[in-house]
Design a protein around this ligand. Structure first.
Ligand SMILES: *Cc1c(COP(=O)(O)O)cnc(C)c1O
Length: 419
């Protein structure tokens, strides 16, 4: 496979941007090679600067659940552009989108649009603190909630891959109020509540974790979080930036039937444009400015192009709810292929991870028992064979509606021949 153009671009990029990229995992650091530069996409495929074609299972880290360059979404964006790119004033489209989100996820009685998942989580936590008048928050080791200061504590995703548990540049004082529990470990949560319960503003969790690789909640874990937060008057925040509209139209909260107080959405909800959402019960959301005293704002928030893409995406998904079953079946085939080569697989809906470990993966500690050198070999082998998977063991594999049976069968055969 020829990579001349990608390598040339990378050599120039590293002089201008840290690692040559605008988000760390893209630099391929965990798999020990130079990144490929993407030129265009279509359906299940991405094409790099040297014209190589790959079946893509990164799907822009989640947004492209309908595949790349979905014609209906592209059309919605193009049409919206004719009316201008930004107004900084309210629009009918925001009302339409808010209504759609509210109908699909009734726990989000009121919402606010922001520009990234990081911003959504940061703002949700501020609202939870404002509402409760408490300072402390509980997060889980291995869950990733974006790169805001208070949450870069033993974060997953890029921070985990590069083996830097905390980030430089975050003052100690900013994380003093962040408490860490272990995923799927009720006792670790109970311990924190026993000690600090009356000062815990919220518990934030990826209700299906997907940033230490995919890790499913054990039976009763989410129910327990619902109960203990209720008992102490803390806010339960589901970070559904990955899982929202991915595990079904109603996210994990519908899938497992648990109602959080607040929810954050991103990735799919923007249809590929930079947009994210936070929201929840009215009582909490009415604490947000200008109604309440929790300040939060954004020049480009509710951007008409992004909102148009989001509406088109949610419309497509609502019109074809059968897609969820279909992509889940396709993902299962890949899960089976990964199991056949000895990986430990976690799979739910169209999300899966194959861990190169003998242990059962149910939390951060078991996830990091994986053989990352073997994963790097696997990644390079897949890429050589025209399959693009995440350049890190600790990310999910995303299956989209655009992946054909032929794509899936080809992928499975290539996986099975890995040694
Ligand atoms: C991606 C992600 C974020 C951060 O979203 P950005 O848009 O990258 O800022 C937050 N939470 C979860 C669960 C995510 O997967």
């Amino acid at each position: 496979m020829k990579n001349t153009n990608s390598h040339r671009l990378y050599d120039e990029a590293v002089k201008l941007m840290p690692g040559g990229v605008n988000s760390p995992v893209r630099a391929f650091g965990a798999v020990g090679m130079k990144p490929i530069f993407i030129e265009r996409t279509k359906g299940s495929k991405i094409y790099d600067a040297d014209g190589n074609e790959y079946i893509d299972y990164v799907c822009s880290w989640g947004p492209c659940i309908l595949g790349h360059s979905c014609p209906e979404i592209i059309k919605a964006v193009k049409d919206a552009c004719d009316n201008g790119l930004t107004y900084g004033a309210p629009t009918e489209k925001e009302v339409i989108l808010a209504r759609m989100i509210n109908e699909l996820m009734p726990s989000m009685e009121m919402i606010r649009l922001v520009n990234s998942g990081t911003e959504a989580v940061m703002s949700a936590i501020r609202a939870a603190r404002g509402y409760t008048g408490r300072d402390m928050i509980v997060k889980f080791k291995g869950c990733y909630h974006g790169h805001s200061d208070g949450l870069l504590v033993k974060a997953g995703s890029g921070a985990l891959t590069s083996a830097v548990p905390d980030s430089a540049g975050v003052p100690k004082a900013y994380t003093d109020n962040t408490l860490i529990a272990a995923y799927n470990n009720k006792a670790s949560v109970k311990e924190l509540f026993d000690k600090y319960g009356d000062n815990i503003a919220c518990v934030i969790v990826e209700p299906v974790a997907a940033n230490m690789g995919v890790v499913l909640p054990e039976k009763g874990f989410l129910e327990f979080l619902r109960e203990i937060t209720m008992q102490y008057g803390s806010v339960l925040i589901f970070d559904e930036v990955i899982t929202g509209f991915r595990l079904g139209l109603g996210g994990v909260q519908e899938y497992f039937g648990i109602k959080p107080d607040m929810t954050t959405l991103g990735k799919i909800v923007g249809g590929g444009m930079p947009m994210a959402v936070y929201g929840g019960i009215k009582e909490i959301m009415e604490c947000v400015s200008p109604v309440g005293k929790v300040y939060q704002a954004g020049t480009l928030s509710g951007n008409p192009i992004a909102v148009s893409a989001g509406i088109a995406m949610l419309k497509m998904l609502s019109d074809k709810p059968h897609i969820y079953e279909e992509i889940s079946i396709k993902a299962e085939k890949i899960a089976n292929a990964l199991e056949s080569i000895g990986a430990y697989v976690n799979h739910i809906g169209s999300l899966l991870s194959g861990f190169f470990t003998d242990r059962e993966v149910k939390d951060h500690d078991s996830a990091v028992s994986s053989d990352t050198a073997k994963y790097a070999d696997f990644f390079r082998y897949m890429l050589e064979n025209g399959i693009y998977i995440a350049p890190s063991q600790f990310e999910a594999m995303f299956v989209s509606y655009a992946h054909s049976h032929e794509d899936i069968d080809k992928t499975c055969n290539i996986i099975k021949n890995f040694q």
